[in-house]
Design a protein around this ligand. Sequence first.
Ligand SMILES: *Cc1c(COP(=O)(O)O)cnc(C)c1O
Length: 330
Amino acid sequence: MKNAFPRYPLLSGDTPLMPLANLGAELGVASLWIKRDDVTELAFGGNKLRKLEYLLGQALDEGCDLVITGGSPQSNHARLTVAAANKAGLETWLCFAGERLGDVQGNLLLDQLLGAKLFATGAYGSDGLLAVMREKAFAAERLGRKPFIIPVGGSTGRGDYGYVTAWYELERQRQQQELPPFDEIYVAVGTGGTLAGLAVGRNLTQTPTRFRGISVWQEREQTEQEVNRFMRQLCKEINQPAASELAPTDALFDQYIGRKYGTPSPAGNEAIRKLARAEGILVDPIYTGKALAGMLDQLAKTADKSKRVLFWHTGGAPALFTHASSLARM
Ligand SMILES: *Cc1c(COP(=O)(O)O)cnc(C)c1O
């Protein structure tokens, strides 16, 4: 799958594909693997860098000099946008949800260190923030700037294309290591763009892998609508209309969100400890810890221990420090 989309390179090679031998043995799962998109090269890494390669490629192609994006004050996407934009020589304005920014720690601290201009907007939700970003863009244009708006989570057809190429990367790595296809891939789902890109890739290669998307934000039905909407948007962008739906064998779960988005859950925190102690790998309390908790629960419920399973690590480490009080044992 090759397209002529301009790409601003942020990742210099494949992210590691590694076995989780200790955790697999603990769970009685014959083949358990992890794809390390937390090991990406800027500012503590994470999945947003794959989207940003194509989003910044587009911004530079259009001659923009300012990136405007937003999210919650502890957004991983915001942090990685500033880091990537700095590398590309672009300024960043961040529009945050809510009336106040909260404590300057975790991602917000990193945003400050990276030098973004920060706004507490009083707006909420993806659409509310997009409206504020448009106002800021008008204001910037009046100052003679050329702004480029990136919606919350970097999920646009162009951004999500970064996860189509990630799918092809996994297929290539798997074949190099002479591994058969994974039966199931578990991944955290926020806006849904990451899963949308992966699922479009899977549809294009017709690989018999089933996705297990663990929502950390919205209910199952809404999550499914969003993932399918992003898949259609993406397929239009790459002119591949046939690949644009989740398969009936894919599944989305919303029972691992816990109390709400952005608040750690006891099961997620337990999953963080389990992986850390078994493998020395850290997941975060807001996305990947909850996704891992979902995977552990689903695997505990199946009798079939011969499945080949992959956990797609999407990053988020700075949130460990933001939520120290929830994670620490005194
Ligand atoms: C943004 C994010 C996700 C979710 O990605 P979407 O494309 O929004 O679904 C998962 N994990 C981490 C750590 C993230 O920052």
